[in-house]
Design a protein around this ligand. Structure first.
Ligand SMILES: O=C(O)CCC(=O)C(=O)O
Ligand SMILES: [Fe+2]
Length: 278
């Protein structure tokens, strides 16, 4: 069997979801134009760190390499606002993590999830390999239980990667072990699962990957002489907390940005109708 299916875009939402459920990630080709890629990279270069928000911009504390890691960038420059609900991606996210509910004319699929973070991330030459990990494994399960077709592990958190470079091995692509979310566990040092080795996401600038929090993956070493630019957008079921530091109510929405936000963007940013626990 070929390996084309490991990085393939399917034509409709349903087939994309099926592949996502099998592999743990879904691929979207050519989402951004060259102009949008440039705009995003320039906007990322202009961002300044807010220390209380855990931002970093400089030599990484645990390594001798440059890293810029700026949180909640939707709040910093209106260029990032459209990535709250980027048109090619958001319906997929809504069906993956919003658990679409149809109720008459109400657009409930946008009520059950929200954005929990948006990070601009520039990694310089010298960045080292990450270990294979899950971002979050909410439901560890024995393999024989998770294999039972009656068991459907709900997706609570998913991340969208907007790649802003043409990726090559030395630039440090993200690597995934396809299907490993069906292991029910953390990798614990394993580098393959069910006979499947890790797969480098060697995609082009403007391509997008959406992945489950429980699929095994890692960022890899930047052995090139250029910076790698990545925009990460994290979404979750509405019951999962938004990660908007600084905490204890110090995070403030930027009114200039909020005034530009559409009703759907405001909803995804957290403007929910009253519900359980409110
Ligand atoms: O850098 C990457 O491509 C992935 C990073 C990652 O998985 C993480 O920081 O959790
Ligand atoms: Fe990760």
């Amino acid at each position: 069997m070929g390996t084309d299916f490991l990085l393939k875009e399917y034509k409709n939402n349903e087939s994309q979801l099926k592949s996502f459920n099998n592999l743990g990630y879904a691929f979207f080709k050519n989402v951004l134009s060259k102009q949008e890629i440039l705009e995003l990279r320039n906007a990322m270069d202009k961002l300044t760190p807010i220390k209380e928000s855990f931002d970093r911009d400089g030599i990484h504390p645990e390594g001798n390499f440059f890293e810029k890691h700026i949180k909640c960038v939707f709040n910093r420059d209106s260029i990032f606002l459209s990535y709250v609900d980027r048109k090619e991606i958001i319906d997929f996210v809504a069906s993956a993590v919003g658990h679409k509910v149809h109720a008459g004319s109400r657009n409930l699929e946008y009520e059950n999830f929200h954005i929990i973070g948006m990070t601009a991330w520039v990694t310089g030459p010298g960045r080292t390999d990450q270990q294979l990990h899950c971002d979050w494994l909410p439901f560890p399960l024995p393999e024989d239980v998770i294999k039972d077709s009656r068991v459907k592990v709900p997706l609570l958190v998913t991340t969208v990667h907007y790649y802003l470079d043409d990726l090559f091995e030395d630039l440090g692509p993200t690597k995934f072990v396809p299907g490993s979310h069906l292991s029910g566990r953390l990798p614990n040092g394993d580098t393959s699962w069910n006979g499947q080795e890790e797969q480098s996401i060697l995609c082009d600038a403007g391509d997008v990957l959406v992945f489950r929090s429980d699929v095994w993956h890692r960022g890899t070493a930047n052995k090139s002489n250029q910076n790698r630019y990545l925009l990460q957008v994290h979404y979750a079921n509405r019951m999962i907390a938004q990660k908007f530091p600084p905490y204890l109510n110090q995070f403030q929405f930027n009114q200039v940005i909020l005034d530009q936000a559409t009703p759907r963007q405001r909803r995804i940013l957290g403007d929910h109708p009253n519900a359980a626990y409110d």
